[in-house]
Design a protein around this ligand. Structure first.
Ligand SMILES: [Zn+2]
Ligand SMILES: [Zn+2]
Length: 246
């Protein structure tokens, strides 16, 4: 499984970058996980838009869905400019917020299909398992498994021991890190660097990628702060194009 960071910002994208978006590839399948602002532009550095097979959305905050509309319009135009290449397209999202879910589909070019935490979702070579997070709106973390490996993406959440349990056995944890050590991210439904490190330690994952990064301070400091909580875990910070093959 190849994982590429398309966007990593909390809230809004700084120049020439994007908010949440992760490209997951295996056996010729390309899945985009979250589709925040700037993602549709940035993802084309790694894959052509027509080669994306599906999109999976964790929740309906703008920094995770803002570019869904851009993707809708890409699909609509493709229907006229390159009709032979148009195949059915699905965006998967939860249905705990019906209004948010309905916004994922568009005319006859994009269909929305719900996922839930009650059953795994299989898309090509990937099996997604969903776990509710602690966030002001309904949001799902996800374990993404192939036959050889698995990763865990926390999406947006405050610290939750149950997510550590869910992530157990994963080769990589992609954890949100919206604040620095000592700042209380819990009331906002987020984690700070210490929370993310502690979660990785509890999950016993070998590698932690900090993402959903704040618009202040020195991001390198987040690595050091998280590492204090998980000394035997390799800790990295998300940047545009950060990539790993597991
Ligand atoms: Zn959120
Ligand atoms: Zn967010």
């Amino acid at each position: 499984m190849k994982v590429t960071v398309v966007g990593y910002w909390h809230a809004y994208p700084e120049k020439e970058s994007a908010t949440s978006g992760y490209l997951i590839e295996e056996d010729g399948y390309s899945i985009l996980v979250d589709c925040g602002s700037g993602v549709i532009s940035q993802v084309q550095r790694y894959v052509a838009l027509e080669d994306i097979d599906a999109i999976v959305i964790s929740h309906y905050h703008q920094d995770h869905i803002a570019d869904v509309g851009a993707f809708h319009y890409f699909r609509l135009l493709q229907k006229y400019t390159n009709p032979s290449s148009v195949k059915p397209f699905t965006i998967y999202g939860h249905r705990d917020d019906e209004e948010g879910f309905q916004r994922l589909s568009y005319k006859d070019v994009v269909t929305a299909i719900p996922y839930s935490s009650h059953a795994p979702l299989v898309i090509g070579p990937f099996t997604f398992t969903f776990y509710p997070t602690i966030h002001p709106v309904p949001c799902y973390a996800m374990k993404i498994a192939t036959k050889n490996t698995s990763i865990f993406y926390t999406a947006d959440t405050s610290f939750s021991p149950s997510l550590a349990e869910a992530a157990f056995g994963s080769s990589l944890m992609i954890a949100e890190c919206s604040m620095y050590k000592g700042q209380d991210a819990t009331p906002a439904g987020h984690m700070n660097s210490s929370d993310a490190g502690r979660l990785a330690h509890m999950a016993k994952v070998p590698q932690l990628l900090l993402t959903h990064l704040p618009h202040f301070g020195n991001h390198q400091k987040l690595i050091k702060e998280a590492k204090e909580e998980c000394l035997d875990v390799k800790v990295d910070i998300a940047t545009s194009g950060w990539s790993i093959t597991l």
